[in-house]
Design a protein around this ligand. Structure first.
Ligand code: ZN
Length: 270
């Protein structure tokens, strides 16, 4: 009798230890909004998944959306907690109220354009494989960071999920990585605007350019000129509004242009 009791206790203990271990693994999967985290890739990765080799091991990169702060998201069976972060706020005033409260013609135009842009940003191709070693698209002063809550003339707007880099009109803007130009146009909000597809769900966009030096369907190399800083569209001064998308999620551009970005991901490896 006493022997059996010990066996039961042992297996109970093992179950307890095992369940703590599982809870512990899940608890470690967390990150900041706009961050990319690296999770060891499982062997049965589907074809569409992007696994990248970092220091000899395969990892899956998972983007964490801004909009799910303080919540768990599910990513292929994994539960990831997104930390709450205060990114501050920015308040601007635009005197020309026709740019804020749009008339019918402008709002129709902006609506049509937003559909074209949205469609473009859903592009997922595999012709180019990104190295996740992006360079800064322009030298300048950071004038607005990722994540700021925005108010225009004191009215709340959607958060700023891009990086603003201010530089004199005409300053050269380059592609931060190899890519295919998938959209070039002039839009109500964005002015002269470019979208680059770097492959595997990594896309970047460039707003308010004074000049565009490339064409749609053109392949550009890292560091190649794509245009120049300007103040076209709805802006308060010459700057680049730069957005980085990974798997349709806007991520924090300042994180991805860090030197040794992929190696740094391993320091936070979950
Ligand atoms: Zn901006």
């Amino acid at each position: 009798m006493s022997k059996l009791k010990i066996i039961i206790n042992k297996s109970y203990c093992l179950t307890l230890i095992a369940s703590f271990f599982i809870i512990d693994i899940n608890a470690q999967l967390s990150g900041d909004p706009g961050e990319i985290i690296a999770v060891k890739a499982e062997e049965n990765l589907k074809g569409s998944d992007y696994a990248i080799s970092i220091e000899g091991s395969l990892y899956q990169l998972i983007p964490l959306p801004y909009s799910n702060q303080g919540e768990y998201i599910k990513h292929e069976g994994k539960s990831i907690y997104i930390n709450k972060r205060d990114f501050g706020e920015s308040r601007i005033s635009i005197e020309n109220t026709s740019l804020v409260d749009l008339n019918k013609e402008d709002s129709d135009r902006a609506y049509k354009e937003s559909k074209i842009i949205k469609e473009t940003l859903n592009t997922y191709t595999r012709n180019i494989k990104p190295d996740f070693n992006l360079i800064k698209p322009v030298e300048g002063i950071i004038s607005s960071r990722y994540g700021k809550k925005r108010f225009i003339n004191d009215k709340p707007r959607s958060p700023h999920l891009s990086l603003d880099i201010a530089a004199p009109e005409g300053t050269t803007v380059v592609s931060p990585a190899k890519g295919n130009i998938i959209l070039v146009g002039n839009f109500f909000y964005s002015g002269n605007y470019i979208v680059i597809d770097h492959g595997y769900g990594l896309l970047t966009s460039y707003s308010h350019l004074s000049k565009v030096s490339i064409e749609e369907n053109q392949i550009v190399e890292k560091g190649q000129k794509i245009g120049a800083i300007g103040s076209t569209g709805r802006v308060t001064g010459p700057h680049l509004h730069w957005t980085v998308y990974f798997e349709k999620i806007r991520i924090n551009p300042e994180l991805i242009i860090q030197e040794n970005f992929l190696k740094k991901l391993l320091l936070n490896q979950k």
